[in-house]
Design a protein around this ligand. Sequence first.
Ligand code: CUA
Length: 296
Amino acid sequence: MARDVANVWWAMFAFSVLVLAVVSALWIHAMLRQPREVDAEQAERINRRWLAGGGLILPTVSILALLAFGVPAGRGMLPLPVPGEQPLRVEITGHQWWWEVRYPDSGVVTANQFILPVDRPLDVVVASADVVHSFWVPRLGGKLDMIPGRSNTLRLAASETGVMRGQCAEFCGSQHAHMILHVEALEAEAFDQWIEARAGREHQPPTGASGQVFVERCGQCHRVAGVSDGQRAPDLSDLASRPTLGAGVIANDAEGLRRWLREHQSLKHGNAMPSHDDIPAETLDQLADWLETLAP
Ligand code: CUA
């Protein structure tokens, strides 16, 4: 889809360069030529000819040419049926300020990472849980607004494997810039393994003081498969497999995780997770140790 959009852009660019060149050539010609005598009737006829050519024929031809490129490109972005193939459905919901990513066929849920198989059409159904966000992965396709109370569908397909960046493209509050989506296209087999590793995976709850904190606080909002069922905050069931924390704020490693638990309100001010200042540092560190085990 991004390639189609780029092709339309280059076609428009080439055509506008052509128009500019022709208009410039006519202008230079008009400046340099020796004017010939014309009577009023001839002048009127010449004027009419230019009006018809420049005002009717040229715009009609340009718009038709643009449509010839634009309509097929636009059609490719519609979630139309694909003969002999069932597009993979992925539901992505924007929150202030993170991404919820669901694969309804397998029940897999993750956050702030969107993993997709290469060479397979996808129907990305976008929605919002609060304000207007916009789903945008420039290397995959165009933007699509995520509007509270409705869902929009975008047809996408990755033509090669690799890591791409997605970004919320509609101002949605103070941390709009920190709403980054890690996007990765995998070979079909690797994608199936990625799904299989997560589907049905259950974890053991943390023990001791951190276990109590998790049940009383974290688990009210965060879901961890087999442990808690909170629905307001990012699902943490495969947390250890994500490259970043806070939707792109810091790297997700042992040090980053500890820092995020202690300082998340200064790292990403205004995020919906309450401050942890009242939780003893060693309990937070125990929580971090356990969170690191949440691998698929
Ligand atoms: Cu979400 Cu900007």
